[in-house]
Design a protein around this ligand. Structure first.
Ligand code: OAD
Length: 251
């Protein structure tokens, strides 16, 4: 990939860069995206049965088992060159803000300082009833089969079921991360939108907010997305190839 010269200049002159990531940044670590045809989680599983509070209330074992399967997949995955390139960018441009929609921990494991998490984390379970944080989870039992139903742990405070610490459909995004994310979107000079379809709001408003405030928007994605219309530069390809090349050329 030959990065366009104006893009390299924008990156070099940027005082504040935002990296806004989605499931595609972890695709090359072997983790499924949501909306890719055939391989995406939402083309194989029904989100209304797995990713809503109503689904958890109706069948906590089914939902907990599915999220434990996903947590184990993440545990066995490694950060890829895209996660590492973003961590290296944070070292080069101190005012870099990483905003992620992902619930895995691969950014942190690649060395990113403290990503703003819009959709929670697979590693921050809490009580479904009283909201108390639950400690670190043990591995599921040895005979746990991928995605099979599993009884959730119980809350030490109230005895309620422990739920995954992710944002489900129909739930509000966490207020403080949202405030920080929109503040960074308004302040940045360049926003890199990496591996996201831009299909889910309010997260997808972040690149739009950055654009409205004059930032240069760079999309890194092998496919067309709902954010194509706001992108000044569309770099088509896998993030683990494009990002290291782009950042090495710029810095
Ligand atoms: P999607 O599955 O909607 O989009 C993934 C994007 O990654 C697509 O645009 C793919 O083209 C792109 N992609 C695939 N492989 C890639 C690669 N190697 N490098 C770069 N890009 C690649 O995932 P998100 O946009 O993250 O919400 O989805 C947003 C939200 O929808 C998720 O956070 C999740 C889901 O429902 C919650 O869990 C609340």
């Amino acid at each position: 990939m030959n990065a366009p010269k104006p893009l390299l200049t924008a990156l070099r002159e940027a005082r504040h860069v935002v990296a806004f990531t989605g499931a595609g940044v972890s695709a090359e670590s072997g983790l499924s995206t949501f909306r890719d045809a055939m391989t995406g989680l939402w083309s194989r599983f029904d989100p209304t049965r797995l990713a809503t509070a109503e689904a958890f209330a109706a069948n906590p074992e089914l939902v907990w088992g599915w999220y434990e399967w996903r947590r184990m997949r993440v545990r066995h995955a490694e950060p890829n060159a895209a996660h590492r390139a973003i961590a290296a960018l944070e070292a080069k441009v101190p005012a870099t803000t990483l905003i992620t929609q992902n619930v895995d921990d691969l950014h942190e494991r690649a060395g990113s300082r403290s990503p703003i998490r819009l959709h929670g984390s697979l590693f921050a379970p809490r009580c479904f009833d009283c909201g108390s944080a639950h400690g670190a989870l043990a591995d599921p039992p040895g005979d746990f089969e991928d995605g099979s139903p599993l009884a959730p742990p119980r809350c030490a405070a109230c005895g309620g079921f422990i739920r995954p610490g992710v944002v489900w459909f129909g739930e509000a995004l966490p207020a403080e991360p949202m405030r920080c994310a929109f503040e960074a979107a308004r302040a940045c000079d360049v926003l890199l939108s990496i591996g996201t379809s831009g299909a889910v709001y309010p997260a997808a408003d972040i690149p739009r907010e950055a654009r409205r405030n004059g930032a240069v928007i760079v999309e890194v994605n092998p496919n067309a997305t709902d954010l194509d219309d706001v992108a000044d530069f569309r770099l088509r390809g896998p993030a683990a190839e494009i990002l290291p090349t782009l950042l090495a050329a710029a810095f």
